[in-house]
Design a protein around this ligand. Structure first.
Ligand code: 9J3
Length: 286
């Protein structure tokens, strides 16, 4: 507890979240779940390059605790606020832009960031991610479109390690998706956030045996979690548009950021998916 309070004090997230923008107002489509956004999903709709929402993008400069980025969000203001997600790259890597339109068009505010330096280690990336969440809710051009109580993080490699470190630091986080995460000698027993870990079967940089799998196993039983291993996947798969990453990430974000149980069908029972070499998790979700 002390550790996350200290981190929160350092980046100011706790105050933001506590006093945040409050609960979403309901849209006509909500029907009992005030967070439900968009039409009933199908396999085709979660695999498609874009979802049902038109989006707009704007560039965010450096200087808000992270290295700047791209903010992409639905133009629709008729359905209340949206959950928000920050996406962080790995070591030596620039912002990974494809997640912006892919996720925002499904009904999320998305900020794909660059880190302050491309050498930042996972713990530094975690601090930057939390600063980016704070920026989204407090100061971003989309702040009025965001439900500050429904926030998520994704990240590749050291950004995935950072995602897990940030989830431990900020337990109110609604969803975490580490993509081929890399972190040195770490386990994550303090994670309470529903976490989807994506591994790459042929990732020799962040090998699943040294990283994704022990990270997954270290998250306590009783926390909603899943491990999806991309069949034949190299370390670099998350950097370019990928339908397997997209469809399960959309389902996970919808299920745990929006409480949208219409997406359970894509996660439980555990899918038999030829694009995955391992797929396991906690079903049914709680
Ligand atoms: O973010 C990453 O791609 C981490 C893997 C790596 O190259 O670590 C070496 C220090």
């Amino acid at each position: 507890m002390r550790r996350w309070r200290k981190l929160m004090a350092a980046v100011g997230v706790a105050a933001t979240i506590a006093t945040g923008t409050g609960l979403a107002t309901t849209g006509a489509s909500a029907q009992g779940n005030p967070y439900q956004r968009g039409p009933a999903p199908t396999t085709a709709s979660i695999e498609a390059p874009t979802g049902a929402f038109g989006v707009t993008s704007t560039t965010v400069p450096a200087g808000n605790g992270f290295g700047g980025g791209t903010l992409t969000y639905p133009t629709d203001t008729s359905q209340g606020t949206f959950g928000a997600v920050v996406v962080t790259p790995g070591f030596l890597s620039p912002e990974i832009k494809w997640y912006g339109p892919r996720l925002a068009s499904q009904g999320f505010v998305v900020l794909t960031i660059a880190t302050n330096t491309v050498w930042d280690p996972p713990a530094t990336r975690a601090t930057e991610m939390l600063a980016a969440l704070r920026f989204l809710v407090e100061r971003s051009p989309a702040k009025n479109r965001i439900d500050g109580a429904r926030l998520a993080l994704m990240g590749h490699s050291m950004g995935g390690g950072g995602t897990l470190e940030a989830a431990e630091a900020y337990p109110a986080l609604k969803a975490a998706i580490p993509l081929e995460p890399w972190d040195m000698g770490k386990t994550f027993p303090a994670v309470r956030t529903p976490t989807l870990i994506v591994g790459g079967q042929s990732d020799w940089i962040a090998s699943v045996g040294q990283h994704a799998i022990p990270f997954y196993e270290s998250i306590p039983a009783g926390v909603n979690k899943a491990y999806v291993e991309l069949a034949g996947g190299s370390h670099f798969v998350p950097m370019s548009p990928n339908v397997t990453i997209a469809k399960y990430s959309i389902a996970w974000l919808k299920r745990f950021v929006d409480n949208d149980t219409r997406y359970d069908q894509f996660l439980c029972p555990i899918p038999q998916d030829a694009a995955t070499s391992v797929f396991k998790g906690t079903c049914p979700h709680t």
